[in-house]
Design a protein. Structure first.
Length: 330
């Protein structure tokens, strides 16, 4: 492929009825860590998902009459705590694609650079016009690392006056697998409460969460680190978590005012790792070290690693088919 557009799998436009399709098409993964292509905003969504290869739970299969050779357990890859969540509010109005008037919308999977990019210009119900751009990667070099750069620019406000705004980043521990119903091909037997949250810690820069399965003997950790780029007048509210006995999520919230033309950005680094429950202390520390290293190296370094990895990959794997771009992509 030569033309950059030929390296992109693009969504033709926002369509709430095709969210399920594009959450699948825009999934990112590296063989160890996988993120579904759901939006950073919690809604709208079909099924939010984050997965680690091999992190599963099992449950006994109930037979009316058992016999030799029957499988003993259901085994299900589990949906993990959701670290992708970022919520934006401007002028007291929450940014949601299904409530805003979209003036432009673009989302594409860049196969050349290894990133999922979304760019939206929207008019909110309160008359504020904004531009939101998000860039998401799952590192092909660092098997436990993913990152999101979430950028916001206010284009216009009623009367051109400054408005209040906030960005909220969440690490959500209570998630569910998609229910199978009567068809095991489209969901899982284990829908909820597949793991327990055994540890949650927060500081001003991020949060760490540890989970353990009930039967398969596995532990996993989801950890986040933030780098904020915005006006110094903005205030960090939090981190906020529930009392320890009921803790399931952590929230970091930045609040302030923003004028037309101003830009704010949040980079969210994420680390996911798993291990046997007997090694959870080592798991907790090693994931944190890897997360800190990624944050210290920076988002541009992660993007550069993606480009270099894929340049080497496509150098030997690219097949050129003459004709229309969609023929080449196929």
């Amino acid at each position: 492929m030569a033309d950059n557009s030929e390296w992109r799998i693009a969504e033709p436009g926002y369509d709430i009825h095709r969210i399920d399709t594009y959450e699948t098409l825009f999934a990112l993964g590296n063989g160890n860590l996988g993120l579904r292509g759901d939006f950073e905003e919690k809604a709208p969504a079909f099924h939010r998902g984050t997965y680690l290869n091999g992190f599963f739970e099992k449950e006994p299969i109930a037979y009316g009459e058992a016999a030799y050779g029957y499988a003993e357990n259901h085994e299900t890859i589990l949906n993990l705590p959701d670290a992708k969540l970022i919520e934006l509010s401007v002028g007291g109005e929450e940014f949601r694609l299904d409530r805003a008037e979209l003036q432009s919308y673009e989302r594409y999977l860049d196969l050349h650079n290894g990133q999922l990019v979304r760019s939206v210009k929207a008019l909110l119900p309160n008359g504020v016009s904004i531009e939101v751009r998000s860039t998401r990667i799952v590192s092909l070099v660092r098997q436990s690392i993913a990152a999101i750069k979430y950028e916001v620019r206010v284009l216009d406000t009623p009367g051109g006056k400054p408005v209040s705004a906030s960005i909220e980043s969440r690490l959500e521990g209570k998630v569910a697998n998609r229910k199978a119903g009567k068809d095991p091909r489209v969901g899982s037997k284990i829908a909820r409460n597949a793991y327990s949250i055994t540890r949650l810690e927060c500081d001003d820069a991020g949060a760490r969460l540890l989970i353990a399965t009930r039967r398969s003997g596995l532990a996993a950790t989801a950890q986040v680190r933030h780098v904020w780029d915005g006006p110094r007048s903005w205030t960090l509210i939090g981190p906020v978590s529930q009392p320890s006995a009921e803790a399931s999520s952590a929230v970091h919230r930045w609040e302030g005012t923003i004028e037309p033309g101003q830009r704010i950005a949040l980079v969210k680094y994420m680390a996911y790792r798993m291990a046997p429950i007997s090694e959870e202390d080592l798991l907790w520390r090693s994931a944190h070290e890897e997360l800190l290293c990624a944050a210290q190296d920076g988002f541009e370094a992660l993007l550069r690693e993606q480009r270099e990895f894929l340049a080497d990959f496509w150098d030997s794997a690219d097949v050129i088919v003459e004709g229309a771009p969609d023929v080449q992509q196929a």
